[in-house]
Design a binder for this molecule. Structure first.
Ligand SMILES: NC(=O)c1ccc[n+]([C@@H]2O[C@H](COP(=O)([O-])OP(=O)(O)OC[C@H]3O[C@@H](n4cnc5c(N)ncnc54)[C@H](O)[C@@H]3O)[C@@H](O)[C@H]2O)c1
Length: 262
C-alpha cells in the first residue's frame, strides 16, 4: 500500500456541503484522494472544494439532488469525464425529522424516504455501472444506529436507515463478482452537525428539557461516555475506502461508542 491509503483515488461524496459528508470529503483529500462534492447546497459544496484544494488535491462541486436520477446520472458523467474513473462513492446526503407516529405527515415520510433511502439507491445504481466496467470500487453509505434499532419519534428516519442496511447487503451480493465492496456505517449521535442543531430544538420541545440538557441525556446512553465525532466516522470511512477492507462487504459497522452492538 502507498503511504497515503487513498492516494490518487477518485471519490464522490454526496451531502458534502456540511457535517459528516464534508468531514469525510476533507479527510479523504488528506489521505490522497481527489474528491467530487455533490450536494443540494452547491455553495456549501464549493466551500468544501475550496478547502480540499488547499490540501493540494483536485476537487469539483456538483449541484445534486439525490432524489433525481437525472441529477445523479449527470454528476457521475461529469466526474468520469474529468477524472476518467470513479473509485469511491460515499452516500452521506440525508435529512431527519422527529415526530410521534400520528404526526408523521405523508410529505415528511415521503421526503425522508426519498432522500435517505431512494437517494442512496439511485447513487449506488448509477455509480455501480462505472465500477462494474472497472472491476473495482468501494461504496459506503451512511446509515445510523437508527438503522439497527428503532428510535422514539423516528418512524420514517429509522425505516430509511434500516432500508440502507438491506440495500447494502443486497447490492454487496450483486457487485461482489466485480470486486466492488459495498458497506455501510452506522454512527451514533454526532452532535457537531447541523442535523443535531435541528434535533436539539425538536427534542427539547418534546422532552420538556432545555436544549443543553438534551445532549446530556443522549450521552448518558453511550458506554464510552461521549458523543460520536465526525472524525470517528471518517476513520471508518477511510478504512472502508482503502484496500485494508478488501475482504469486507455487505457490512453495516456501528460507530456508536458501544451503544449498539448488533
Ligand atoms: N448527525 C448525526 O448524529 C448522524 C448520526 C447518524 C447518521 N447520520 C447520517 O449522516 C448523514 C449526514 O448527516 P449530517 O449529520 O452530516 O447532517 P447535515 O445536515 O450536515 O448533512 C446532510 C447534507 O445532505 C445534504 N442534502 C439534503 N438533501 C439532499 C438532497 N436531496 N440531495 C443532495 N444533498 C442533500 C444537505 O444539504 C447537507 O449538506 C445523513 O445521512 C444522516 O442521516 C447523522
Amino acid at each position: 500500500m502507498d503511504v497515503l491509503p487513498l492516494k490518487d483515488k477518485i471519490a464522490i461524496i454526496t451531502g458534502s456541503a456540511s457535517g459528516i459528508g464534508q468531514g469525510i470529503a476533507i479527510r479523504y483529500a488528506r489521505e490522497g484522494a481527489h474528491v467530487a462534492c455533490g450536494d443540494l447546497n452547491v455553495e456549501g459544496a464549493q466551500k468544501t472544494v475550496d478547502e480540499i484544494k488547499t490540501i493540494g488535491r483536485e476537487s469539483m462541486a456538483v449541484r445534486l439532488d439525490v432524489t433525481k436520477s437525472a441529477d445523479v446520472e449527470a454528476m457521475a458523467r461529469s466526474v468520469f469525464e474529468r477524472f476518467g474513473r470513479i473509485d469511491i462513492l460515499v452516500n452521506s446526503a440525508g435529512v431527519i425529522s422527529a415526530n410521534f407516529i400520528t404526526e408523521v405527515s405523508e410529505s415528511t415520510w415521503d421526503a425522508i424516504i426519498a432522500v435517505d433511502l431512494k437517494g442512496t439507491f439511485l447513487c449506488m445504481r448509477e455509480i455501480a455501472k462505472y465500477m462494474i466496467q472497472q472491476k473495482s470500487g468501494k461504496i459506503i453509505s451512511i446509515s445510523s444506529k437508527s438503522g439497527k434499532k428503532g428510535g422514539l419519534w423516528l418512524a420514517a428516519y429509522c425505516s430509511a436507515k434500516f432500508g440502507i442496511v438491506g440495500l447494502t447487503q443486497s447490492v454487496a451480493l450483486d457487485l461482489a463478482p466485480y470486486k466492488v465492496n459495498v458497506n455501510a456505517i452506522c454512527p451514533g449521535n454526532v452532535f457537531s452537525t447541523p442535523m443535531w442543531d435541528l434535533l436539539d430544538v425538536e427534542y427539547s420541545k418534546k422532552l420538556g428539557v432545555p436544549p443543553d440538557q438534551v445532549r446530556k441525556m443522549y450521552i448518558e446512553k453511550v458506554p464510552l461516555g461521549r458523543g460520536c465525532t465526525v472524525d470517528d466516522v471518517a476513520n471508518v470511512a477511510v478504512f472502508l475506502a482503502s484496500s485494508y477492507s478488501d475482504y469486507l462487504t455487505g457490512q453495516a459497522i456501528n460507530v456508536t461508542g458501544g451503544q449498539e452492538v448488533h
